[in-house]
Write a protein that binds this ligand. Structure first.
Ligand code: SF4
Ligand code: SF4
Length: 382
């Protein structure tokens, strides 16, 4: 499986990660078989949001002897109460919940301590100024967590958390429908019929600004809700009115700036095999551009989706990457050092463009690629 850098953490994560829901209600042997398959295929990032005690115990047993081959994204602020999951900011409960995770899973530390589900500004203020962030920082200072993360569905809150400088990993909901919708504290509105009644044009600027901030600040994104809870795979349920395939959804998320891993879900070994086969799938099966271009009432005309549908360029230019770096600089009003480095590492620069137009003919979104290549060559000086 392809590995990607998780922002500036120094961690390398498989581009497909796994959520923990599929381990629920499984015997320890079944969980162990799933972990074995993940290990074999290089799927090394596991998100641990559920505080379900049996799941924690089974997973802990399954990781015996191979713990160091996995990167664990363990959530703070989730506890098990009265037989079910509960989100809490009460610091006594938060601490007890995290100790329970470490104990049941036989762990001394985890790579990412993820502050769970911060969707409103008031909640962010409480987390940031209160004991939860201090506890996360203490865990980090003690070496119990290596990096502080935060999960959110709200781009405005997520950006605030990223720009605080304290969040090193962001778990964020990324899919082509959410990306059209403005920031909102009400998660329901992201999928509500009324939010899709009027024609929608291009990605919401606040979401673009979030991706740009993550890329600029070296905050790696792990993705949740890439399939919109499964609705995006069914045209009768998708708010876009057209179905996408799992590979198309995963590729969409993986082509957003700063995204390192898509956290998928699998309830059986066969489903797990399907998810993990993404990395071996041919580009035609991952390509989402043509499908997105058929969404009724939704248009990305003139807007680069970083889909790569315009490839190959006879001069070897990676048009999607060049355009991504150009847009990051435009959003930032200058060239961030990391972007300059990434651009310099490209096998071919925008100045190699001979304006043949082959890419523009293939772009389903009418992006002025030749013009963009000229702008990039001018901006980066090559
Ligand atoms: S220029 Fe068009 S085809 Fe190429 S990556 Fe951007 S949106 Fe996709
Ligand atoms: S117009 Fe430029 S970027 Fe596009 S295919 Fe031709 S050489 Fe490549």
């Amino acid at each position: 499986m392809n590995k990607r850098r998780l922002g500036n953490t120094g961690l390398l994560v498989g581009e497909v990660g796994m959520g923990c829901e599929g381990f629920l209600e499984k015997t320890p042997g079944e969980v162990s078989a799933m972990i074995g398959l993940m290990e074999e295929r290089g799927c090394n990032c596991i998100d641990l949001y559920t505080p379900n005690p049996e799941m924690r115990t089974s997973l802990g047993q399954a990781l015996r002897g191979r713990r160091d081959r996995f990167i664990l994204q363990a959530h703070l602020c989730t506890i098990w109460k009265d037989g079910q999951y509960k989100r809490t900011r009460e610091i006594g409960e938060v601490k007890a919940g995290f100790v329970d995770l470490l104990t049941r899973m036989e762990l001394s530390s985890v790579e990412i301590g993820m502050i769970h589900y911060v969707d409103s500004m008031a909640d962010w203020d409480e987390v940031y100024n209160g004991p939860v962030m201090r506890y996360a920082q203490q865990l980090k200072a003690d070496g119990v967590i290596e990096h502080i993360g935060l999960s959110s569905h709200n781009p405005a809150v997520a950006r605030k958390a990223v720009e605080s400088g304290l969040t090193e990993v962001l778990m964020f909901s990324v899919n082509p429908c959410y990306d059209l919708q403005p920031a909102n504290e009400d998660l329901e509105l992201l999928w509500a019929e009324q939010s899709y009644e009027k024609p929608l044009v291009n990605m919401d600027p606040e979401r673009e600004a979030l991706y740009e901030a993550c890329q600029r600040m070296g905050v790696g994104i792990t993705v949740m809700k890439a399939f919109g809870g499964g609705d995006l795979l069914d045209e009768t349920l998708s708010p876009a009115g057209r179905a996408l395939t799992p590979y198309q959804c995963m590729n969409y998320a993986l082509t957003r700036p700063a995204v390192a891993s898509v956290i998928a879900g699998a309830r059986t070994l066969d489903e797990l095999r399907d998810c993990l086969s993404y990395s071996d799938a041919p580009q035609e099966r991952r390509d989402y551009a043509a499908a997105l271009a058929t969404f009724p009432k939704i248009s990305w005309q003139g807007h680069c989706m970083y889909c790569g549908h315009c490839a190959p360029c006879p001069k070897g230019i990676d048009v999607a990457s060049v355009t991504k770096f150009l847009n990051l600089c435009k959003a930032q009003g200058g060239i961030p050092e990391t972007v300059r480095e990434h651009y310099a590492a490209l096998p071919q620069r925008a100045s190699a463009c001979v304006a043949c137009g082959a890419c523009e003919k293939r772009c389903p979104f009418g992006v002025p690629i030749i013009e963009n290549m000229k702008s990039a060559a001018k901006l980066f000086g090559k």
